[in-house]
Design a protein around this ligand. Sequence first.
Ligand code: HEM
Length: 179
Amino acid sequence: MIALTYRYSWGGPLEPWEIHPALNHFPIAFLLAGVALDLYAGWRAKAHLMPTATGLLVAGVLTGWVTALAGLLAFWTVPAHTGRAHDLMYWHLGIQAASLLLFAWAAWVRWRGWSVPPSIAIRAIGLVAAVLLSVGSAVGGYIVYHGGAGVDPELLAPAVRGSHSHQPDHEGMPMDGSP
Ligand code: HEM
């Protein structure tokens, strides 16, 4: 097997495009838990749980923006992947950005009225944002598991390795310096 090195590789155990998958569980967990708790609180008329749901949404939005920045870093540095995965990256970006903006809006309104039960409209926005987040994250998973994005290119078929890359030298350079 040829050992390849990549232009944007840090050469350590965590490459720049691997920060995003390490972080993305946090906003997904906070935001979906916030929406689920809020639905439960509304359904069982447990108003005292609503501020906790708001806190989860705020935590999700804050970690979401950090994750989105790491996503942009992954977008600019990720090595070999299929052309389809490349196209889907734009959908992933757009859907996740739309979801985060909706969550940010809902969290902001709820934060300002901390002790007041949220309106139906604000709750509905959270629900729509949760559906978008789930779809967008599934697309993110598809990019990795069906498109090879973020997988060490040495493990990919040569056709995928040469297909699409955000590395200027496409296939990477052998580590021994040979052409
Ligand atoms: C809160 C917002 C976001 C969430 C929750 C999210 C979630 C995910 C998930 C679940 C994956 C699959 C990775 C895995 O299986 O662990 C993924 C991959 C990916 N996402 Fe996102 N994403 C977000 C925003 C973004 C943004 C704004 C971009 C910019 C284009 C982006 C670019 C990528 C790329 C390039 C991959 C594939 C490979 C890699 O990370 O190395 N993501 N994302």
